[in-house]
Design a protein around this ligand. Structure first.
Ligand code: SF4
Length: 400
């Protein structure tokens, strides 16, 4: 008797150069398929063709093959699909192979007449903007932190925006419906909050401990304060205890495992909200290899949802929908890339159009790049990160 092998719509078949994987998005089951075996190869190729309704009819001979048996057993045991009797002459059920909905990045379902321009639709995707305030007191060795995190940054430009200029920028962001504005600065944060703290846009502030003044700790908005490795001291811990309030997150920048141990030794009380952010300083790759790189177990530790897989097939989930604007008004799709314009003489719509419609780097940066593009996990792995852009290396993993 013939049988129908099918996959559930929440299951994906990923094909790499040398192997294929069946991945169940509900329970994170991850099943290897041996592409060197001709019948398994045919099963995978057939399932991968959307015209085949995510199923294949197999005869007794094929089903008796031990490699096929073990593959189908794994699929059924993990609830990723099933094998059912198939009556000769009957119609094969059709299951849609999961695929991302391609029309929704620059098309609006609520705009059936297409009355909006591509630029207006691109702008609808802008959801987060980071504003760097003019900074005069960032130490020179701080100057690369902003490439990896929202750290204060001196852009060394004589023609810097003045605090008052940010009113125009904030107004543009408000009109564009941007949900979140990150404001990164040092001594100018208080002045900014004084002038714009009551705006309708959600504001999140970032500064660094070395450039903070105690009055800044009282800003009535979420505030993240970076603490550099050389500042992990008993005095800093005392300062944190004195100045902590709800809404402050103390962010320890780490370059080595020793830094982690030093933070642990500070024994900060439980009510203090703090976190760690690894920093690549050009010489600490072993630290990243040991503590930041992903193994396969990390990648599938939690089920990767259908939506996440679709997103990762189309765009970069770390950068998409975000702008960074430096104190000279330059607008970036990411601080590691060239600017896409200047807010003084270009509109947010123009910048979003460049990044989305004209596909300028990096909103649509997926793992379809070397060496990840040959890897079976390219849609399971998180999108390319700042670390990878800084290192110019796109596979921070232990997966061979
Ligand atoms: S980082 Fe790239 S090479 Fe490594 S597992 Fe992910 S997709 Fe594969």
């Amino acid at each position: 008797m013939k049988r129908l092998l099918y996959l559930e719509p929440y299951t994906f078949a990923f094909i790499g150069e040398k192997e294929a994987v069946i991945y169940n998005t509900l329970n994170s089951a991850y099943i290897h398929a041996n592409l060197n075996h001709p019948v398994v190869r045919n099963i995978i190729d057939t399932l991968n063709n959307p015209d085949n309704g995510y199923g294949i009819i197999l005869d007794d001979k094929e089903l008796e093959d031990p490699e096929v048996k073990s593959f189908i057993y794994a699929v059924r045991e993990s609830f990723s699909g099933d094998l059912v009797p198939f009556k000769e002459g009957s119609t094969k059920p059709f299951i849609f192979k999961p695929a991302p909905y391609m029309n929704n990045l620059v098309e609006d379902e609520d705009d059936p007449d297409n009355s909006k321009t591509a630029g207006e639709l691109a702008l609808q995707n802008l959801c987060e903007v980071t504003l760097f305030l003019p900074v005069n007191n960032v130490q020179s060795d701080d100057s690369f932190y902003h490439l990896q995190m929202n750290h204060p940054y001196n852009c060394h430009n004589e023609n810097q925006l003045q605090i008052e200029d940010y009113a125009t920028v904030l107004h543009q962001l408000f009109i564009a419906g941007v949900n979140r504005v990150n404001v990164v600065g040092t001594d100018q944060l208080l002045a900014f909050n004084h002038l714009f703290g009551n705006s309708d846009t959600k504001l999140y502030y970032y500064t660094s401990l070395s450039s903070s003044i105690p009055e800044q700790f009282q800003i009535d908005k979420p505030l993240e304060i970076f603490i550099h490795p050389e500042e992990i001291t008993v005095e800093t811990a005392e300062n944190i205890k004195i100045h902590h309030r709800d809404g402050i997150v103390w962010n320890f920048i780490l370059t080595s495992i020793t830094d982690v141990e030093r933070v642990d030794k500070l024994n900060l009380p439980e009510h203090i909200d703090y976190k760690y952010t690894p920093y690549y300083d050009g010489s600490n790759m072993p630290f990243f290899e040991q503590h930041v790189f992903n193994g396969l177990d990390d990648i599938i530790a939690k089920p990767v949802s259908r939506k996440a897989i679709f997103r990762r097939q189309l765009l970069n989930e770390n950068f998409f929908g975000k702008h960074w604007i430096d104190a000279a008004g330059h607008v970036y799709g990411n601080m590691n890339c060239a600017p896409v314009g200047n807010i003084r003489n270009g509109s947010l719509k123009d910048m979003a159009t460049k990044l989305l419609v004209e596909k300028q780097f990096p909103w649509l940066l997926t793992r379809e790049i070397e060496p990840c593009k040959h890897c079976v996990n390219r849609y399971l792995c998180p999108s390319v990160s700042n670390y990878e852009l800084v290192m110019n290396r796109y596979n921070l993993c232990h997966v061979k």
